[in-house]
Design a protein around this ligand. Structure first.
Ligand code: CFM
Ligand code: HCA
Length: 534
């Protein structure tokens, strides 16, 4: 791996190589201190990053999957067009009135004249139009880059319209694409506003048993549907998923859950903390990617509630579901064992999916996140020491206090201490590095050039990333699996999802077709022209 790292850096100018070197880590010497990686910093200009923007993280990732909040983008039409149904968050429109606004793309369609004279009037008119069309419970307004540059006060417009309507919660997000170094800043801006404007405002009293929130699950390819199927079967009530297939009222009553379960740590861990501080809800890390991980997460939830009947039910669900998953696994195992994979996805998936590859007997030889932070790599113990730079200071941290009316601790300090003594880890996440083998390569914010170089040097049997990587990797003769959109497949979560994944990965890594692929410039060398500087 040392040589691989050197070769990845060899072509860079010295200054760039120095910077990138800190984001490429060889996982070794576990017995020493945890290795440190540089993450959540600006991409070096000129590098073709895999990342997206802050608006994508706010509007696309966090608010995108809600079904009954009307999402209105204030900006030029391109920002909407290129975000229209590109993320595969599914909705069932199972909210109170069956609303589903997810499939619409609403935009103020900013023009040059709006940039010059200001776009606030146009925004107010668009909010009015959306209200007249749908009479929704809520309208969310998203700013794209030019809005921040010209200084439209979207929050004032939202406030005015909210007061005017009386029955519609209008609020806005200053999530201009440039606000942070990646999508991650957008998650934070989105979550802060949902927490501030929606959570805890619900009137409905929830009285079901074993109430949880599922944080950081976005129902890509129906993952959330499969997780809900399993939870329901176990008798666990999922009050609110943040934000896969979610509704406004689910967010509004999330304060009534007794436990928060965090799937994607990167996109939402601070919300789990805020729910605990303000309402007294403890949180645990879960993972429903992988059959064994699913069983483990269910048992963790059971242990928390300390109810013999619930635990027995969980055991019977696991006993009923696991054997058929195991049959499928045993079928593919002889063909997948020993194959190698590389995983480069935005945040948690580069970690979670290693569980499924382990179940297939496959080795993850290199992995990394587009935009995760050091705690997602090294574990939460690094959080107190994280450097605050100009970019992270830009993103608001909400100061939260216990709510005078709604705070009540779900467990006494003694109960919590007992649970911890029995092995339950609260507020804990050890990150990706701890789960990876020694001498594997962990790379933050991988780019186009390094992706191709890595494939050339290590020739994995499978490369996992997103749409921008897909075809360049396939042209190198290596099968490529999209772990964002699932290439229109899925679900991959839970028990049914594991079976889907086993079957697809078996087909991918055992098909010989990839080896026959030749890129046009390999067949016709005259196409591989070299630019000559005169
Ligand atoms: Fe969390 Fe996600 Fe991911 Fe993410 Fe994303 Fe996504 Fe992703 Mo694409 S919230 S960090 S911002 S698990 S959209 S559902 S697939 S990059 S690894
Ligand atoms: C985003 C969304 C994305 C993009 C996926 C991809 C998603 O970051 O804006 O690059 O293939 O999952 O849809 O991460």
């Amino acid at each position: 791996p040392v040589q691989v790292k050197e070769q990845l850096l060899a072509k860079y100018p010295a200054k760039v190589a120095r910077k990138r070197a800190k984001q490429i880590l060889i996982n070794e010497a576990r017995e020493n201190t945890t290795p440190e990686i540089t993450a959540n910093v600006r991409t070096i200009p000129g590098i073709i990053t895999m990342r997206g923007c802050t608006y994508a993280g706010c509007k696309g990732v966090i608010l995108g999957p809600t079904s009954d909040i009307v999402n209105l983008v204030h900006g030029p039409i391109g920002c909407s067009f290129y975000a229209w149904l590109t993320r595969r968050n599914q909705t069932s429109a199972s909210g109170e009135h069956g609303e589903n606004f997810m499939t619409y793309a609403l935009s103020t369609d900013m023009q040059e004249s709006d940039i010059i004279f200001g776009g606030e009037k146009k925004l107010a008119a668009a909010i009015q139009e959306a209200y007249d069309l749908f009479h929704p419970k809520s309208i969310a307004v998203f700013a794209t880059c030019p809005v921040g540059l010209i200084g439209d006060d979207i929050h004032a417009v939202a406030r005015t319209m909210k007061e005017k309507f009386g029955d519609c919660n209008v609020f806005a997000f200053s999530c201009e694409g440039y606000k942070g170094v990646s999508q991650s800043a957008g998650h934070h801006i989105a979550n802060n506003q949902i927490f501030r404007h929606v959570v805890g405002t619900g009137k409905k009293q929830r009285s079901e048993q074993f109430r949880i929130n599922l944080l950081g699950e976005y129902n890509i390819g129906g993952d959330g549907f499969e997780i809900d199927r399993i939870l329901t079967k176990c008798g666990i009530t999922n009050i609110a998923t943040f934000s896969g297939n979610s509704t406004y009222d689910q967010f509004a009553t999330a304060n009534q859950a007794d436990l928060s379960c965090v799937m994607c740590h990167r996109s939402i861990n601070y919300v789990a903390d805020m729910l605990e501080t303000k309402y007294g809800i403890p949180w645990i890390k879960v993972n429903f990617i992988g059959a064994a991980a699913t069983a483990k997460s269910l048992r963790k939830i059971g242990d928390y509630f300390q109810d013999a009947e619930l635990s027995a039910r969980i055991e019977s669900v696991v006993a009923e579901e696991l054997p058929s998953v195991e049959v499928q696994r045993q079928q593919v195992l002889p063909r997948t064992t020993g194959k190698t994979a590389m995983l480069f996805v935005g945040g948690s998936r580069a970690h979670h999916y290693q569980e499924l590859f382990k179940e297939l007997g496959m080795k993850t030889i290199s992995a990394g996140y587009e935009f995760a932070h050091r705690d997602d790599y090294e574990g939460r113990h690094v959080i107190p020491g994280l450097k605050v730079d100009a970019d992270s200071r830009n993103i608001e941290e909400i100061e939260v206090q216990p709510d005078p009316h709604l705070y009540h601790p779900r467990k006494s300090p003694e109960q919590l201490a007992q649970l911890q003594q029995d092995g339950m880890a609260f507020k804990e996440y050890d990150g990706l590095i701890a789960d990876m083998d020694e001498r594997t390569l962990v790379i933050d914010d991988l780019n186009q050039y390094e992706a191709e170089k890595l494939v050339e040097l290590l020739k994995p049997d499978l490369f996992c990333a997103g749409i921008k990587e897909k075809y360049s990797i396939q042209k190198l003769g290596v099968p490529m699996k999209q772990l964002h959109s699932y290439d229109s497949g899925g679900p991959y979560a839970g028990f049914h999802g594991a079976v889907n994944f086993y079957r697809e990965i078996d087909r991918l890594v055992n098909s010989r077709v990839w080896g026959y692929l030749k890129a046009p410039w390999q067949e016709h060398p005259e196409l591989s022209a070299t630019y000559v500087w005169e």
